[in-house]
Ligand binder design. Sequence first.
Ligand SMILES: [Zn+2]
Length: 248
Amino acid sequence: MLSMFMFFIGSVIGSFLNVCIYRLPQNESVVTPPSHCLQCNTLLTVRDLIPIMSYLLLGGKCRYCGKPYSPRYAVVELLTGLLFFWCFLCFGAGLELVIALMFTSFLVIIAFIDYDHQLILDKVLVWFAGAGVVAKLYTGYPLIGDMLLAAVTGGGVLLFLALITRGGMGDGDIKLVAALGLWLGLEPTMLTLFLAFVLGGLSSVLLLLFKLKTRKDFIPFAPFIAIAGFISALYGVEIIQWYFQFLP
Ligand SMILES: [Zn+2]
């Protein structure tokens, strides 16, 4: 029951994340003006804004002007609902869950903006890093040293790659991994980098193989960092323990 409620909360938050994803790159406020149809500018009411359901009930068309709108909004709502549900299954109710949900929400915003614009906004990263520090201080972690080490090492690895590949890695990616380090600590941050490279590499090969992208196309890396960061936040400890049992 509570898990279904988490899904619902996630889809409502996802609706707000849509606004952030759409407006932040345009330097618009995420509060005003209220949600409106991008075609006819009619202000949307509560019944137009029920996550996922409104899109399905309206058949993907604006109630007022009848023009279709992107299914992306419903996709982000559904995705955020599922991720919140997943976090709840993993952490149960409590402070750890709240922190995981905040972390996840930031990752959704960052991943989709990078996917849309090949851009990781500094203002989002500042909030992301700041929230990470506050979250860790609040949980009384004596691990601030570990967090800082994770930020410097994680960012450092990508900076090194950026230097030797000359632009293969954007400075947004470097800053993103540094900020993520503040949330996760050293080992899960290294795991995030490893998983991001595996996922990114595999996806690039598949995209080239099926000719969905060419070698000249830019493939945004933040979505892979986000997926890898999410997995590391939920299962990092287990994965790292599993890995270390193979070492002598
Ligand atoms: Zn309209």
